[in-house]
Ligand binder design. Structure first.
Ligand code: CU
Length: 122
């Protein structure tokens, strides 16, 4: 009887220690990957990204000249890229494939072809 209770206490202690270790691991997870994208008339650099499905990233968008847009219709994500500012967009791709991102603010004669692709791999 006594032995059983001690064994139970030990097991419970082990569980609590385990839970504590998991908590610490969660708190020290690496930061989200940051990808810088520089826009200018009428390109994005880089214009090809490869991301992993389910892994969140932060896109840091800047523009070298005028107001631009950044839109990824397949992920219902868009933002304005304002001169002099860094615009941060968090994206967690939830499906595999190749998807287009594009400028959705008219910015001049090359606007219609200002785009790039995001390839999401499993
Ligand atoms: Cu544009």
């Amino acid at each position: 009887m006594q032995t059983d209770r001690r064994r139970f206490t030990l097991a419970l202690g082990g569980l609590l220690l385990g839970a504590g270790a998991i908590g610490v691991r969660a708190a020290t997870q690496p930061k989200e990957k940051v990808i810088k994208i520089a826009a200018r008339r009428w390109t994005y650099s880089p214009d090809k990204l490869t991301l992993k499905q389910g892994v969140p990233v932060v896109l840091e968008l800047t523009t070298a000249d005028i107001l631009m847009g950044f839109s990824v219709p397949d992920f219902q994500t868009r933002a304005d890229i304002t001169p002099g500012k860094v615009t941060r967009v968090r994206l967690t791709p939830d499906k595999v494939g190749t998807f287009t991102f594009l400028c959705d603010i008219f910015c001049g004669s090359g606007h219609e072809t200002m785009n790039g692709t995001i390839t999401v791999v499993a």
